[in-house]
Design a protein around this ligand. Structure first.
Ligand SMILES: [Zn+2]
Length: 419
């Protein structure tokens, strides 16, 4: 039986399962803490001096060097599997280039789809793997991964197979989502037929082969209408899959209301969200997922009204939206910084929004998302004195070490203490 006592943790901060419905989002803090890990799970959490005395001497002892300990982060909205680099497009967009200019210069989602069409699975895996490594360095131990850049079934299937291969070699827990993103260029004059193919062929195949456990639709002008999204998501529900929606990114698309109507696991983006829409989501028990790195990177849309969402009783999570077009980052700590500045979230709310709340969205909160006895020992250690310091040292915060199921899976090379 593997057993470890991690002691001399400077400060342990975590949300607690029993406070899941406490709207003030309190966090539990313990100074000079220790955690006893057995068979990959937390067995006991207490003060260091106490556990050092009570835990049997046969248990391996690891000194935590007085670092900060937080639960492993959960990134519940990411598109990490793709090929290519769209840095040139980033500059074109910043200079005011139109969607058409960008497409003509070889950018945009259809350009990524073209690249995937001509790539082999092993190339997709090779280009995608560093993103998973970076995500881990930022303390993410559970990561949602969407397909959606293939567009046609042949390419989408390739992405989902690549994801299955990636899941075998990365230490993180992955949650797989089939994203119905936009109508492929090849189908642009046969839109209805494409929606039928998604409903009658693609989703049943995804479900039958276990290629993903969730279906997501981009419900927005230029992507899929509310009626199309409803039909597609209803098929997913009938197939026993969970559902989520890219909603209200560029306007009041109806996506947020549809998420409430269908009881989606989350409604994501929500840059445009009225009080009525907030109330509909709250009453349906559907949490919102804010993606502040995407807003930052695009520079043309408003931040979702995060403070207001919380104050009106909504639950919210933060995620990276890691993708080649509109959020090329793996950093959840950066998202915390942006949500602190532009969403006015407090440090305790930020911690909930990157741990237990997204874990609940992905359906894994029974096993991860907080540092509590019985849960997997998924956590990270940071050379900073407080929770507030993670978003405070902005654009540079990486964990010193990251643990998943009681095993250290990442060790930083430079763990100079920051004060
Ligand atoms: Zn997205």
């Amino acid at each position: 039986m593997e057993s470890t006592l991690l002691h001399d943790i400077g400060l342990l901060v975590t949300p607690l399962e029993m406070e899941m419905n406490d709207h003030r989002r309190p966090v539990y803090e313990l100074q000079k803490a220790a955690v006893w890990i057995e068979d990959g799970r937390f067995k006991q959490i207490a003060r260091s001096e106490e556990l050092l005395k009570s835990v049997p001497a046969s248990v391996t002892r690891v000194h935590a060097q007085n670092k900060l300990m937080v639960p492993g982060f959960v990134d519940c909205h990411a598109h990490p599997v793709f090929v290519g680099n769209r840095a040139k497009e980033f500059f074109l967009r910043n200079q005011g280039a139109s969607y058409q200019d960008i497409a003509a210069a070889g950018g945009g989602i259809h350009a990524t789809a073209e690249r995937i069409k001509t790539s082999r699975v092993d190339q997709i895996v090779r280009e995608s793997l560093p993103r998973f490594h970076r995500s881990l360095e930022f303390g993410v131990t559970t990561l949602e991964c969407k397909s959606g850049y293939g567009l046609t079934w042949d390419s989408e299937e390739k992405l989902l197979i690549a994801l299955r291969e990636i899941a075998k070699v990365v230490p993180q827990r992955l949650s797989k989502t089939f994203l119905v993103h936009v109508v492929p260029a090849e189908w642009k004059d046969r839109r209805e037929e494409f929606v039928e193919a998604v409903m009658n062929e693609m989703i049943p195949e995804v479900a039958a082969r276990g290629l993903a456990n969730c279906v997501d639709v981009f419900c927005e002008e230029g992507a899929f209408t509310v009626d199309e999204s409803r039909k597609i998501l209803q098929v997913a529900l009938d197939e026993g899959l969970s559902i989520t929606i890219h909603a209200n990114q560029f306007g009041h698309s109806g996506g947020a209301r549809l998420a409430a109507e269908l009881g989606a696991r989350s409604a994501d983006h929500l840059e445009y969200l009225s009080e009525d829409e907030m109330d509909a989501l709250r009453e349906a028990g559907v949490p919102g997922v804010a993606l502040p790195a995407c807003v930052f990177f695009m520079g043309t849309i408003p931040y979702p009204p995060m403070r207001k969402m919380i104050d009106r009783g909504m639950r919210i999570a933060l995620a990276t939206d890691m993708n080649p077009g509109t959020a090329m980052t793996e950093s959840l700590p950066f998202c915390m910084t942006a949500a602190a500045i532009y969403g006015k979230l407090k440090a305790n709310e930020l911690l909930w929004a990157v741990t237990l709340d997204p874990a609940r969205i992905l359906g894994v909160s029974g096993n991860t998302g907080s540092i509590e006895a019985g849960k997997y020992a998924d956590f990270s250690l940071w050379s900073v004195p407080s929770l507030e310091s993670i978003p405070y040292f902005f654009g540079q915060s990486g964990a010193d070490s990251v643990w998943i199921e009681g095993a250290e899976v990442f060790t930083g090379e430079d763990s100079v203490k920051r004060y």
